[in-house]
Design a protein around this ligand. Structure first.
Ligand SMILES: NC(=O)c1ccc[n+]([C@@H]2O[C@H](COP(=O)([O-])OP(=O)(O)OC[C@H]3O[C@@H](n4cnc5c(N)ncnc54)[C@H](O)[C@@H]3O)[C@@H](O)[C@H]2O)c1
Length: 360
């Protein structure tokens, strides 16, 4: 049976989701957006029959089996719970919610509904991540003792005063917005149990338009800008593994870097994208490498994969449909999302208190 999908939020990511759902053979039948004009523009561009002004209206009138939530972060939990309660499978953009408590509420709704709830941790669906995971699952890397997660931007504030820079609507700045590399490092490390987190955040430049990104949402005059612009943190795990992290929208670095590097007991490795001047251009470099000692030599292995400019966004949506159909294992679970959000909560708490934060 063909899975019928409805899109909630006609923002920038919707086209990737739709391409991924269609690639899996699903039918995208409806778009709902509080801004009905935005929903209409998307449906007419991509030939989708139904338009609604809310999830509630869509759930009442449409025959969708699944919904894709692509709204500002504050609405993720509320919409996911409503959709699950209406008996729909849910694919929700990252971050899962504003914090771990909300994410746990989503888990309860998911269990009661007995439907699939997945998040768009699209970097797990990059060709590099699929390739690296094969080595990890095959035991070629051994135990990952330590990892470094980096998503740092030089001038990447995604709009001033809109929902991204308003903590009540977003949950925070680059820590929660660019949490992909923290998630990818944890995924490579097999999602160990976190023990302690220590972190510091910095808000220099958060209101400085010299640091505005080339993408994002329109600026809002007199809007709120109460989130961090950069963070450095350190996480320890109960079994001795450690993770260091750096996330930023604005700091004086050479270029935007998106990477996970790790040191295992059998091999080290790295998945890295160095962006160009303004997003992807001729100077961008993607790397996927393993570092081993072989026959008395230090050997660097470069894993060649197909290029995916979308960073797994299309493939990740395809995985959601295939997970519903039982054809693929879901790329992420709600328990992983809760663990990730506990780390995010602890990063913010540690930055506020200046103390290490214990995670139970
Ligand atoms: N995975 C990625 O690579 C990636 C990249 C960018 C954004 N995102 C995530 O996508 C989500 C949306 O970001 P965006 O940049 O598209 O935002 P956006 O502001 O451009 O678009 C959001 C849309 O949602 C609509 N909306 C808001 N509340 C709604 C509600 N309750 N019901 C229906 N529609 C509603 C708005 O009218 C708007 O059209 C965020 O959670 C963000 O973190 C993910």
């Amino acid at each position: 049976m063909t899975v019928k999908v409805g899109i909630i939020g006609a923002g920038g990511m919707a086209e990737y989701h739709i391409a991924g759902f269609r690639a899996a053979g699903a039918e995208v039948v409806a778009v709902a957006d509080l801004n009905v004009e935005a929903a209409k523009a998307l449906t007419s561009k991509l030939d989708i029959p139904e338009v609604y002004s809310s999830l509630t209206e869509m759930a009442a009138k449409s025959s969708v089996d699944a919904v894709s939530i692509i709204t500002p972060n504050k609405f993720h939990k509320m919409l996911a719970v409503e959709a699950l309660n209406a008996g729909k499978h849910v694919f929700c953009e990252k971050p899962p919610a504003l914090n771990a408590e909300e994410t746990a509420e989503m888990k309860c709704a998911c269990e009661s509904a007995d439907k699939i709830l997945m998040f768009n941790f699209n970097n797990r669906a990059r060709p590099e991540s699929y390739a690296m995971m094969k080595y990890i699952e095959n035991g070629d890397v051994g135990k990952i003792n330590s990892a470094q997660a980096v998503w740092t931007r030089r001038t990447g504030i995604p709009g001033f005063g809109g929902w991204f820079t308003n903590k009540a609507l977003s949950g925070g700045g680059p820590v929660i917005d660019l949490l992909h590399m923290i998630d990818l490092a944890l995924y490579f490390m097999q999602y160990p149990e976190p023990a302690y987190v220590m972190a510091q955040t910095f808000s220099d430049f958060i209101d400085n338009k010299d640091f505005k990104g080339p993408w994002g949402i329109p600026d809002v005059a007199d809007g709120v800008m109460d989130v961090e612009a950069a963070c450095t943190g350190f996480v320890t795990f109960k079994d001795g593994q450690v993770l260091s992290l750096r996330n930023s929208w604005a700091e004086m670095i050479k270029r935007e870097e998106v990477s996970v590097t790790f040191q295992g007991t059998k091999a080290g490795g790295m998945v890295q994208r160095l962006f160009g001047i303004d997003g992807m251009d001729d100077t961008s470099i993607d790397s996927c490498e393993l570092y081993v000692q072989e026959n008395g030599n230090s050997v660097n292995k470069s894993i060649i994969v197909e290029q995916d400019e979308s960073m797994g966004r299309v493939r990740s949506a395809t995985n959601f449909i295939k997970a519903i159909e039982g054809e693929e294992k879901p790329l992420n679970t709600i328990d992983q999302a809760i663990k990730l959000m506990k780390i995010v909560d602890a990063i913010y708490k540690s930055a506020k208190t200046g103390e290490p934060v214990k995670i139970d």
